[in-house]
Design a binder for this molecule. Structure first.
Ligand SMILES: [Zn+2]
Length: 411
């Protein structure tokens, strides 16, 4: 039998709908199939509400509760790569029309019946630039690349899609607020994930014995096989266990929350995986092997494009948080000095760190309650060079003293 190493990968789409795709992936390694699953869950940029300014809230729900619910509403994010910048890559200080979308909610109940405030009440408006700060805006093409419903709550103006309930109000209650949506990825916060569910199965008969079933008396009676078993040969009772066998056929279903279509999710996922591997290859090269001397100084070009692609990975064991592996590869570039959560603070250190940071805790790089100003001082391009980027993180997250800032909640 031909092994998958010799054969071309095969994709067979079994079902494709507006918000989901079901396909069979063959002739690839288990690690590759799993990488696709992880990348579509966590690494594809979308836009989501990241800051909420409550102007009036006389509902029964507290401000934070509503702010959190708003953050979770999926917003249409097609062509996010070109249509919006990360605020951390933008020349503005805390948000502008190129890196943020503004939404308003203004609802009052004048009726005796309970009224439902839903995502359909959110209106996208032109971004209100903070004129009190002198900002130099770097013009861009982003706005022309947006579809007409870019940044709108998914399903707005589409009666076939039920809206997302935000809260219920009664007569005399009102909810008025301003939201700023930003671009981000789900490694930073799950609200940016384009996927609501990604399922993944292989070896439905458990021939490889990767699973140990808990049983009372009879394994086959207690663990009926699923639909995907129809795709494979059932094992014979006299068949010996093949301890060299590897899985080569994977049944994947990707369901999106509507912010992106399934096709865009898969294509971007593959591109992202390629970029990660390119970064890894580059990172493993000795500096002398690198032609042109680009050692990762620039977070916005070439293979460095996706911010944090490499830097986010689980390096918690290193103790120093995001200590970057040696030179050349994983420079401070992408994260040094700007990541969306803290951007909102505009130098103010008391914001709510939105985003639980990746799993590295309790070390110097996170502790900072008094962030170094130089990290945040400017929102210019990331500092260059390889080496440790721990300074950047320490300053950014605002874990130190979360307090509400000027009536705004960073989600
Ligand atoms: Zn901006």
């Amino acid at each position: 039998m031909q092994s998958y190493e010799d054969a071309e990968p095969i994709v067979r789409i079994r079902d494709l709908k507006k918000d989901r795709v079901n396909f069979v992936l063959e002739n690839v390694d288990l690690a590759f199939a799993n990488s696709i699953r992880r990348v579509v869950i966590a690494d594809i940029p979308t836009v989501a509400i990241d800051m909420v300014e409550i102007h009036s809230n006389t509902t029964v729900l507290p401000d934070e509760f509503i702010a959190h619910r708003l953050g979770m509403i999926p917003l249409t994010s097609a062509n996010c790569d070109e249509a919006i910048r990360y605020t951390r890559d933008c020349s503005c200080l805390s948000g502008c029309k190129y890196c943020a979308i503004e939404l308003r909610l203004d609802v009052v109940c004048n009726d005796n019946r309970t009224m439902e405030v839903t995502s359909n009440h959110l209106e996208v408006v032109e971004f209100t630039q903070d004129v009190s700060v002198d900002q130099i805006l770097q013009e861009g093409e982003e706005i022309t690349k947006r579809g007409e419903s870019f940044g709108f709550p998914v399903g707005k103006n589409d009666p076939s899609v039920p809206p997302v309930l935000i809260c219920k109000i009664r007569k005399g209650q009102e909810l008025r607020l301003r939201c700023v949506a930003k671009k981000g990825i789900a490694k930073e916060h799950a609200k940016w994930s384009p996927c609501s569910a990604v399922s993944f199965e292989y070896d439905p008969y458990n021939k490889l014995r990767h699973t140990t079933y808990w049983i009372e008396t009879d394994e086959r009676a207690e663990w009926p096989v699923g639909e995907n078993a129809k795709e494979e040969e059932p094992p014979r009772d006299d068949e010996a266990f093949d301890f060299n066998a590897k899985p080569g056929k994977f049944y994947i279903e990707v369901e999106t929350d509507g912010s992106l279509g399934p096709q865009e999710v898969m294509m971007k996922g593959l591109a992202e995986l390629q970029t990660k591997l390119a970064n890894l290859i580059l990172g493993l090269k000795a500096p002398s092997e690198l032609s042109g001397g680009d050692s990762g100084a620039n977070g916005t070009t070439g293979v460095w494009a996706p911010p944090g692609a490499a830097q986010w990975s689980d390096t918690s064991a290193s103790g120093a948080g995001y200590a970057s592996p040696a030179g050349g590869g994983w420079g401070a570039g992408s994260w040094g000095g700007n990541s969306s959560p803290a951007q909102n603070n505009g130098g103010n250190t008391t914001g709510w760190g939105t985003t639980p940071a990746p799993n590295s805790g309790g070390n110097a790089s996170w502790g900072g309650t008094s962030p170094a100003q130089n990290t945040w001082g400017g929102s210019t391009s990331p500092s260059s060079g390889a080496g440790s980027n721990t300074g950047g993180w320490g300053a950014q997250q605002g874990w130190g003293s979360p307090t509400q800032q000027a009536n705004g909640w960073n989600l």
